[in-house]
Design a binder for this molecule. Structure first.
Ligand SMILES: C[S@@+](CC[C@H](N)C(=O)[O-])C[C@H]1O[C@@H](n2cnc3c(N)ncnc32)[C@H](O)[C@@H]1O
Length: 311
């Protein structure tokens, strides 16, 4: 029972080892709200599945507080992302050594790496090929603007030592937990049975294609909704707060919802609970983004009543 209390707010959370657009750790309130809502799900002894893992800010925040051997499944359709996670898990020294050699790359090299990471690479494939992909991915992410998908490098004077530190810290957790890594479409992960809970951070509904090599089309957003509504695993979902997502998940357009996050939602709309809403200003482009967190209403209510009965 005390286990869930062990996951702190955000102190002690590991940092992602590469910049990635749409990471959920930059805004402290949003980060906390996600951790607060995931905590009861993860600590029920369920496999933790992160289906759109990217740089894995949320996984890295939770990892140090999961018991050794806890099952985790990290997935992203972009195979270069998963190759990088594979190298961090299995060959961290070689990855660091190679990346250090290529640190502060020239424009031509970043361009070449960019091209290379666009190719599909089987994360379970040959070590040399996966490692090569991982090195390219790691270096390119650090030398493009905020790790976005543009191919022009940005001149940065970055020390490799801090990157190496976060990479090794991530390795320790990956080696300690029982981590499965896949580059599958989300549908092939949601459908897999077992005792699991899921955190999902899909590409934005509006403008999702801007930042990622792999992005979801409208039909896939609908498919995800249908899968989640028929799925036995409890889930937490973060999305851009827009009319299309609110319609899709039957979230009210009019009523105020929880702001600034720590309280628990009491409103239920249809089959989803809206647990958090926030606006955040991007450090990258100065624009304001509105984020929405949704979760399974029935599961959430069960958890609330369990928590209440303990108090
Ligand atoms: C918003 S980003 C995730 C960011 C991540 N939460 C983080 O902290 O870095 C969405 C991710 O979904 C991946 N993606 C796009 N389409 C997908 C699909 N059909 N199935 C699985 N992953 C997909 C993209 O490659 C991208 O990494």
């Amino acid at each position: 029972m005390a286990h869930s209390k062990m996951i702190p707010s955000d102190a002690g959370c590991l940092k992602p080892f590469f910049p990635y657009p749409g990471g959920k750790t930059a805004d402290g309130r949003l980060h906390l709200a996600i951790l607060d809502n995931l905590r009861p799900l993860v600590t029920m002894g369920r496999e933790f599945r992160e289906l759109f893992v990217g740089a894995g800010g949320i996984f890295l925040s939770l990892a140090p507080y999961l018991p050794t051997g806890h099952p985790v499944w990290l997935n992203d359709l972009d195979s270069s992302v998963i190759c990088l996670w594979r190298a961090v898990r299995d060959w961290p020294e070689e990855l660091a050594h190679e990346a250090k050699r290529l640190w502060n790359p020239c424009v031509k090299l970043v361009f070449h790496m960019h091209k290379q990471t666009k190719r599909y690479c089987d994360p379970d494939g040959d070590k040399d090929v996966v490692l090569n992909q991982a090195v390219s991915k790691l270096v390119r992410q650090h030398f493009t603007r905020a790790g976005g998908k543009e191919r022009t490098p940005v001149k940065k004077n970055k020390l490799f030592s801090t990157v190496e530190e976060s990479l090794m810290a991530a390795h320790q957790q990956l080696a300690r937990l029982k981590v499965r890594l896949t580059a599958l479409h989300f549908r092939d992960v949601v459908k897999v049975r077992g005792k699991a809970c899921m955190y999902l951070d899909p590409t934005y509904f509006v403008n999702g294609r801007k930042n990622y090599r792999k992005y979801m089309k409208v039909a896939e957003h609908t498919e995800l909704r249908d899968l989640l509504f028929n799925c036995a695993h409890p889930w937490l979902l973060s999305y851009d707060d827009c009319a299309a997502v609110r319609r899709l998940y039957d979230v009210s357009q009019f009523l105020p919802v929880l702001k600034d996050g720590r309280e628990q939602s009491i409103r239920v709309q249809g089959r989803t609970d809206e647990v958090f809403l926030c606006s955040r200003k991007s450090g990258m482009n100065g624009k304001t983004y509105r984020e929405l967190l949704l979760t399974t209403a029935t599961v959430y209510r069960t958890i609330n009543s369990q928590i209440n009965s303990r108090l």
